[in-house]
Design a protein around this ligand. Structure first.
Ligand SMILES: [Zn+2]
Ligand SMILES: [Zn+2]
Length: 402
């Protein structure tokens, strides 16, 4: 576990040094991208039909590509897919996507959403549609295009309506500034799920086998799930708390994590913005105690599902506060403060699952309202765009050496 040296009074952390508390970010600047116009996004203006068409069209296209190149799917779950049911779903989604694309293009001045839906539907149909032959010639790629399709459908179905119905920032559109960058993170996180999973687990398995004791493993893995899962969450969160804090307070590590904090709008997609080094280092260190303590596979599976749900939800643009739970459970308000640009909120609320670790280690910050601004403020050095952000930490390191 990496534990940063305690701060001397008045000493600034890596994040504080690189941040000015003021921010010139203006919420009016949010809708500055091609997919958003001044046109209403409520019912009967072609936005909802366009969104449905685009999501279903892209998902169908992804599914059809998976039939052509099964090597792009996850090997472990490939055999479990009900192929005939999926063919039926592709058929239905292509029809719905086509119809809704036509509705959106007819109703809306901005045709982008409708055209995305229409073009992806047409390409999917030209590639075989629901009658696409299943290629038996499989060469594994370690990619998870099927995982991206599942993620896209599930997250869009849950979070897009949720953020439209209960928004914390009603003026923040779905296609806010830098949403394309976050969509690329979302796409790659899904596509690389197996590789990231392997890099998360392998270091612990290779380096910490000596740390596993049969008696302890027997005891922990035989506990009922109702005890094992909360214990797993608490242990993981304690480790993650210190790894996360180290990323904030050790200057060498901060540029990797600054990418996550460069998001200036909070929503379900913003949570995807994580540098690969940040994601892999955090997850692989977090996995070490879980591996050594010997939680069983079912408990670890439930833990992963909870992580995925909570990590997305705490970033969402929803106004729910959960007053009775927020002292014990990480909520959107708790994590929005972690992303706040206000100086009092810097280096606060590091926990991912339960604020008890922040309360114990003196970093809990919940002032009874929501933050007004997010991100790194005026002195933000993080560039825009996935590729530039991938290399940004390396440029910081070389600059420091030079
Ligand atoms: Zn952070
Ligand atoms: Zn976050």
């Amino acid at each position: 576990m990496i534990e940063p040296a305690p701060k001397k009074p008045g000493e600034k952390s890596a994040r504080q040094q690189s941040q000015n508390s003021a921010s010139d970010h203006n919420p009016k600047e949010w809708p500055s991208f091609a997919l958003e116009t001044d046109e209403p996004t409520v019912f009967a203006h072609g936005w909802i039909s366009g969104m449905i068409s685009a999501v279903l069209g892209v998902s169908s296209l992804g599914a059809v590509i998976c039939f052509h190149f099964p090597g792009l799917t996850i090997e472990e779950i490939r055999g479990q897919y009900p192929v005939d049911v999926i063919r039926g779903l592709i058929h239905v989604t292509l029809i719905i996507s086509f119809v809704f694309a036509t509705v959106s293009i007819t109703l809306r001045r901005n045709k982008t959403l409708g055209l995305v839906g229409l073009s992806s539907t047409l390409i999917a149909t030209l590639l075989g549609g629901s009658a696409v032959p299943l290629n038996e010639n499989i060469s594994n790629t370690w990619l998870g295009l099927d995982w991206f399709v599942i993620d896209l459908l599930l997250y869009s179905a849950v979070y897009i309506p949720l953020e439209r119905l209960f928004p914390l920032h009603p003026r923040q559109p779905t296609f806010r500034r830098e949403w394309i960058t976050d969509l690329i993170y979302f796409f790659l996180n899904s596509l690389l799920v197996q590789i990231i999973g392997y890099l998360t687990m392998k270091p612990a398995m290779v380096l910490f086998e000596w740390c596993r004791f049969d008696g302890l493993i027997e005891l922990i893995s035989s506990l009922p799930l109702i005890l094992q899962v909360p214990l797993c969450l608490l242990v993981a969160d304690l480790t993650q708390y210190w790894v996360h804090r180290a990323f904030h307070q050790i200057p060498f590590l901060w540029p990797f994590h600054a990418i996550h904090h460069s998001a200036e709008a909070m929503d379900w997609l913003a949570g995807s913005r994580l540098h690969l080094v940040d994601a892999i280092v955090t997850r692989s260190i977090t996995f070490i105690p879980l591996f050594c303590l010997g939680f069983n596979e079912v408990a670890l599976g439930v833990y992963v599902v909870i992580v995925v749900i909570q990590a997305t939800f705490i970033h969402a643009n929803v106004r729910w506060t959960f007053p009775r739970l927020q002292s014990w459970l990480a909520t959107p308000c708790f994590h929005h403060w972690h992303h706040a640009a206000e100086s009092q909120a810097i280096d606060k609320n590091f926990s991912v699952h339960s604020p008890i670790w922040d309360r114990l280690f003196g970093t809990y910050y919940m002032p009874g309202r929501w933050p007004e601004k997010y991100g790194l403020g005026k002195t933000r050095e993080v560039p825009n765009g996935w590729l530039k952000q991938l290399f940004y930490p390396l440029t910081r390191i070389s600059r420091r050496k030079g």
